[in-house]
Write a protein that binds this ligand. Structure first.
Ligand code: ADP
Ligand code: MG
Length: 553
């Protein structure tokens, strides 16, 4: 129209626009995330400005409206935010101020064509993403505290125009003239789906205008950002069910705001039951990372694999919304968050472990995952071993007592029951608890009143090798050669005359068994059974041998 001033984009914006439009095809739907994020940022900004300037006060019903118009092929995103002055339109939408965007442009330019679609998903591309789905974008904006409004229009081809406009109140409308091949973005259900996926927990109401009126599109509140005192148990439990797809209540809810060198809010859950098919999934933690409420990714591995049963959200101020994958891997911000979050979860487990009944519920659900940490995490190995619960040869395990705390022991409790002359923690690994409890391997230990831990989970074949000792006591498998039984007195009668019989028996057995065994020895380990298979003194644990054989090694 007449009176519109024509401007050229800066060279960089021109290049970026070209790249975005031609390379982002498979990820087009993120344009809506970017525009809604901008609208939310602008609303936050206005709320902040209003603190010192009453003329900019935010309306009580401030929200973000998405209005598709199929007939006119227009999609409008409106907000009640800060708005932009003429100068702000020029500098914010016509130049690139941010290094992140510049880096994105460079990466895109140098990437091989087949890599570009992947590269794109890794960057937020901001306002210019609108040109992926629109061949013309109009921005009408009125700065809060001002009477003037301006219209910014571009077809994304190197130039834009600016002219005066009118708008009833402060805020911004971004109107997209939807491209021929982008019809789906005029469908309310499709828009709804995109918001659910990418911007569900944005803290301002987002609505979509449908045939029957305006309907809420987002869950609404970034629950985790609210103070604990403002949240009810029902709200927390609903959110837990929403993100975990569980139907129970959480065993633990951790909700805190970290302030200081690093700022984040976290709302994490330890589920009350073991999710269906939990073991089948990937080993990576799926904690959701948000930046200023916007969902970024669930594979930033915010917790170690041995805490992968923990679910929830971490939301930080300390990363840019357009954080790249490379940055996620290398930034010290995430490293610090990881450390803080891991420490917090561990503290929760430690303090809850004093409630034996309740802790057992947790342990039966996720203890086997924690044991992976004893195996693979040198830093936390001892702490995790201290939390672990075990079955043992001296604790009564009957059908009825199977899941009471009395039928489980910690390593500390085991040590408190050790014989004065005992300096090792003995354990036996195998496939199932019942078989272990009646194993002949235990006889010699039972007869001498020495407790043996019974380890029946697959992971139990691995971690004891790494733990090696706990509170100065070494860990020893009872199958590893002649355990130290001579040191201990048999409770009751002492065996006599056996040695003489063995002098005749052993050579006879060796001859009969030949190469099937590497040795035949007398032993203190048996009391009522005649023979037992043993692993060589310095060889692998029997259960480990079995596992390796099963896996074809
Ligand atoms: P970013 O949001 O990362 O800064 P964008 O490309 O998404 O980058 O947006 C560029 C700038 O344009 C924003 O920083 C903001 O100043 C301005 N802007 C975009 N959308 C709006 C809006 N709806 N209201 C006010 N300002 C906006
Ligand atoms: Mg943005």
């Amino acid at each position: 129209s007449t009176g519109a001033e024509q401007h050229e984009f800066s060279a960089e914006v021109g290049r970026l626009l070209d790249l975005v439009v031609h390379s982002l095809y498979s990820e087009r739907e993120i344009f809506l995330r970017e525009l809604v994020a901008n609208a939310a940022d602008a609303t936050d900004k206005r709320r902040f400005e209003a603190l010192t300037d009453g003329a900019r006060a935010l309306p009580d019903d401030a929200k973000i409206r998405i209005n598709p118009d199929k007939d006119a092929r227009l999609l409008t995103i409106s907000d009640d935010g800060s708005g932009m002055s003429r100068e702000e339109l020029v500098s914010n939408l016509g130049t690139i101020a941010r290094s992140g965007t510049r880096a994105f442009g460079k990466e895109l330019e140098s990437a091989k064509p087949e890599d570009k679609p992947n590269l794109i998903g890794q960057f937020g591309v901001g306002f210019y993403a609108a040109f992926m789905v629109a061949d013309r974008v109009e921005v009408v904006s009125r700065r809060a505290g001002s009477d003037e409004a301006w219209r910014w229009v571009s077809e994304g081809k190197g130039a834009y125009t600016i002219e005066p406009a009118t708008r009833d109140k402060a805020g911004t409308d971004i109107t997209l003239h939807i491209k021929e091949d982008a019809d789906e973005f005029l469908e309310p259900w499709k828009l709804q789906e995109i918001i659910r996926k990418w911007a569900d927990h944005i803290s301002w109401p987002v609505t979509i205008l449908k045939d029957d009126g305006e309907s809420p599109a987002n869950e609404g509140t970034a629950l985790w950002r609210k103070p604990k005192s403002e949240l009810t148990d029902d709200q927390i439990n609903d959110f837990y069910r929403h993100i975990t797809h569980n139907f129970d209540t959480p065993w633990a809810t951790l909700h805190w705001h970290a302030e200081g060198t690093i700022e984040f809010s976290a709302l994490l859950f330890i589920p009350g039951s073991r999710p269906f098919e939990f073991g089948e999934q990937s080993r990576e933690s799926k904690i959701r990372l948000h930046v200023r409420r916007m969902f970024i990714t669930d594979d930033a591995m915010l917790l170690p694999a041995w805490l992968r049963f923990v679910q929830g959200v971490v939301d930080t101020e300390d990363l840019p919304l357009n954080v790249s994958r490379e940055m996620l891997q290398s930034t010290p911000v995430l490293a610090r968050i990881r450390k803080a979050v891991t420490g917090r979860v561990l503290n929760e487990l430690k303090s809850r472990s004093s409630d034996a009944d309740s802790f057992l519920t947790f342990w039966e659900n996720f203890g086997s995952i924690i044991k992976e940490g004893i195996w693979e995490d040198a830093e936390h190995r001892t702490e995790l071993a201290g939390l672990a619960r075990f079955r043992s040869s001296v604790l009564s395990v009957t059908e009825n007592s199977g899941d009471t705390p009395n039928s489980w022991t910690t390593l500390v409790d085991y040590i408190s029951r050790m014989k004065p002359e005992q300096d090792a923690i003995y354990y036996l690994t195998g496939d199932n608890e019942e078989a272990l409890a009646s194993s002949p391997q235990l006889e010699g230990f039972r007869a001498r009143g020495i407790e043996v831990l019974l380890l029946s989970e697959p992971v139990d074949s691995f971690w004891p090798d790494r733990l090696t000792s706990f509170e100065g006591k070494s860990l020893k498998s009872v199958t590893q050669g002649h355990a130290d039984l001579e040191k201990f007195l048999v409770e009751g009668e002492a065996a006599e005359g056996e040695a003489a019989d063995l002098e005749i028996l052993i050579p006879a057995l060796k001859e009969a068994l030949g190469n099937d065994v590497s040795d035949v020895r007398g032993t203190d380990r048996l009391v009522t059974s005649a023979v037992v298979l043993a692993a060589p003194e310095h060889g692998m644990d029997l259960q480990m041998l079995k596992l390796m054989r099963r896996s074809g090694q």
